[in-house]
Design a protein around this ligand. Structure first.
Ligand code: ARG
Length: 462
């Protein structure tokens, strides 16, 4: 296509150009410029296939390939400016190519449409960016594991209903997030696997009568295979919705970690200290050191949920084939991608440098009647049905509350007054002695924790 033919990109059918307002409204360029490189790479594979199948001569194919390689190099060097008047990356690419190689540049659009062109650029970018996010999750997990290896044996309370429930170790608490994040990692792998099919060659919607080789372009671009249905190829945005669900859930997990870090660093708990480099101060209260990083992550999780809903709503009710509505998909997709990538990275820094305050955690894990469940288990070991043991310990808790002490501080005689099964060995039971003894699978005890850490190592080497 010569330059003059782009005076109106929609060709001879149009008498007038687009209004300035329409140009601004219609363009996807500011959002999608980051797909340009993928578009050039897909175009390269396309012209090489057109040469191999004889739809272009070898010389034409080579000329177009050289032109595209030059564009790619200049783009990477930051030498190219894309034009909003040309609506999107695809029109810009064709004009840039034609400027370089002349009229033969118009042959690049043989047997393709912007619909499959967009679809293939998105999927190429999708695979790479999603796998990059998955790798970032792995390094957060590894950082949490390393931190747990260093400080994991510290005693801390575990919570239910945000009330001290039992006791556990810092390492056992940290490992929870490694396990949660592993599900996020594998959800991302799953959606990449399903998206790993090449839509290029589907053309506008129902394919082409030109004898292209779709498996060749699929293979050249590193896809598992070509998509099996042309209409579905240009309609489908499932992979973005799947990614949206996986990324929103990832953000929800990060938000839960963020919330716990905020709680644990509060003066009320004082279990953790964050590095100054990850906190901000107050413009009025000189004493403040605010946990902005986890707060922002928690806030961004809200935006992420909105982005997932946007993606679903954009696709809902769309008739088959390409509809311009899907141009909006990139805003939500990139918002999710960037928020999750940044949040995982900054939480990795935060965790690497956060410091547990052992004395505060231990103090909290020794009060709040956290020994109660293990006292009941003591009686179970002596043959009492658990329900009766629960009742006995409930009475002890009541006594302790009346005496203003913790259940672990009651006199043995007072305990025996409630249940004669208590013997002097009950005095050996403390949070510290019992935490190491919880060794059923997944528990916090010494051996169970060692097995868990081995499990996490195996998980992270996958
Ligand atoms: N900019 C469009 C998008 O983001 C590319 C495809 C345009 N195709 C069309 N027929 N208008 O989805």
């Amino acid at each position: 296509m010569s330059k003059s033919e782009f005076a109106n990109p929609w060709g001879a059918r149009f008498k007038e150009g687009m209004s300035a307002r329409l140009v601004r409204f219609n363009t996807s360029l500011p959002v999608e410029a980051r797909l340009f490189e993928a578009d050039v790479r897909a175009s390269l594979a396309h012209v090489q296939m057109l040469g191999a199948t004889g739809l272009l001569t070898a010389e034409e194919s080579l000329t177009l390939a050289r032109g595209l390689e030059g564009i790619l190099a200049d783009w990477r060097d930051g030498k190219l400016q894309l034009k909003v008047e040309l609506e999107d990356i695809h029109m810009n690419l064709e004009v840039l190519l034609t400027d370089r190689v002349g009229e033969v540049g118009g042959k690049v659009h043989t047997a393709r449409s912007r619909n499959d062109q967009q679809a293939v650029a998105q999927r190429l970018f999708f695979k790479e960016s999603t796998l990059a996010l998955a790798r970032t999750i792995r390094s957060l997990q590894q950082t949490v594991v390393d931190h747990a290896r260093e400080h994991g044996s510290l005693l801390m309370p575990s919570y239910t209903h945000l009330q001290r429930a039992e006791f556990t170790t810092y390492g056992h608490w940290l490992a929870t997030y490694v396990v949660m994040l592993d599900r996020d990692w594998s959800r991302l792998q799953d959606c990449v696997r399903r998206a790993d099919e090449c839509p290029l060659g589907a053309c506008a919607s129902s394919g082409t009568s030109l004898a292209i080789d779709r498996e060749a372009t699929a293979a050249a671009l590193g896809f598992r295979r070509a998509t099996v249905h042309s209409i579905d190829s240009v309609s489908d945005r499932d992979y973005l919705v799947e990614f949206g669900a996986a990324a929103a859930l990832l953000m929800v997990h990060l938000s839960r970690l963020a919330e716990e870090i905020i709680f644990f660093t509060s003066q009320e708990c004082g279990f953790l200290r964050l590095a100054d480099a990850h906190c901000t101060g107050s413009s009025i209260m000189p004493q403040k050191k605010n946990p902005d990083v986890p707060e922002l992550v928690r806030g961004k999780a809200g935006t992420a949920i909105g982005d997932l809903v946007s993606l679903l709503a954009i696709v809902k009710g769309l008739p088959l084939g390409y509809n311009k509505d899907v141009q909006e998909d990139k805003t939500s997709w990139f918002s999710l991608l960037d928020a999750s990538q940044q949040s995982v990275e900054i939480l990795t820094d935060l965790v690497r440098e956060m410091a547990p305050i052992a004395a505060r955690m231990k103090e909290a894990a020794s009060g709040g009647h956290v020994l109660a469940t293990e006292l009941a288990n003591y009686l179970v070991r002596k043959g009492l049905p658990f329900r009766s043991a629960h009742h006995v310990v409930g009475q002890l808790v009541k006594l302790a509350d009346e005496a203003g002490c913790d259940v672990s501080q009651l006199e043995l005689s007072a305990m025996q007054g409630v249940c004669p099964l208590f013997q002097p060995d009950v005095r050996d039971m403390t949070a510290q002695t019992m935490v190491v003894a919880k060794n059923s699978v997944g528990s916090c005890g010494t051996e169970a924790y060692a097995r868990l850490m081995a499990e996490l190592d195996a998980m992270l080497s996958r």
